[in-house]
Design a protein around this ligand. Structure first.
Ligand SMILES: [Zn+2]
Length: 213
């Protein structure tokens, strides 16, 4: 039996380094817990910030806790277009050479030099799930979704395995809208190419070159 993976939508959000938090919310401010997220230890906060780019802004973007070593803003491709900044797809934490933005908080603002990413779609799973699904950390897989009328197969989905993860696939709002997801969408890892890690871009190039696997 295949592993049924709940698919969760990540709306735009911000992870803050503690020093950046102090610039934005004042030296005595602290993160105010509102609710737990699906990954253990991660939570939504009461704190909100404006994210400002050359072409537009979003007010009241949620801050997630706990603090991280580097501030990171996660948006969709549509959001990047509205802000007027390039959309750079990255795994969380990989922020070298990514665009910046301005963050505006109640006590100050911050010119972020880098850290705005469109999160690469990914699956969080515990080691036991990885064994059941026959995948390893950093594998790139296909996921077929359940949906009425607009089912799709996601490629380029990165698997992240850690004992601290709970099984969930994370997509952004653009990706969620693309398969018209209902309340509790799920997906299953699709084993193509004999289950080997494969990249849809490479497949598309091969098909265009007349190579059929
Ligand atoms: Zn995630």
């Amino acid at each position: 039996m295949s592993l049924t993976i709940p698919i969760e939508t990540s709306a735009r959000h911000i992870h803050l380094a503690e020093e950046d938090f102090k610039t934005l919310f004042g030296p005595d401010g602290k993160l105010n817990y509102v609710k737990e997220l699906s990954q253990p230890g991660q939570y939504a906060c009461q704190e909100r910030l404006a994210v400002v780019g050359p072409k537009g802004r979003f007010d009241s973007v949620v801050v997630l806790g706990p603090f991280r070593s580097h501030t990171q803003v996660e948006i969709s491709v549509t959001d990047a277009r509205k802000l007027g900044i390039p959309s750079v797809i990255r795994q969380s934490g990989d922020i070298a050479d990514t665009p910046g933005c301005t963050l505006v908080g109640p006590c100050g603002s911050l010119e972020l030099k880098r850290g705005v990413i469109v999160a690469k779609r990914h699956i969080h799973m515990a080691p036991l799930d990885a064994i059941r699904a026959h995948v390893r950390d950093n594998d790139i897989v296909f996921v077929i979704t359940t949906s009425y009328e607009r089912s799709l197969i996601f490629s380029d989905v990165v698997v992240r395995v850690s004992p601290s993860f709970r099984l969930a696939m994370h997509v952004d709002t653009d990706e969620a809208n693309a398969f018209a997801n209902d309340d509790n969408p799920t997906g299953v890892i699709l084993k193509l190419f004999d289950g080997h890690t494969y990249n849809l871009q490479a497949w598309a190039e091969e098909l265009q070159a007349g190579i059929h696997r």
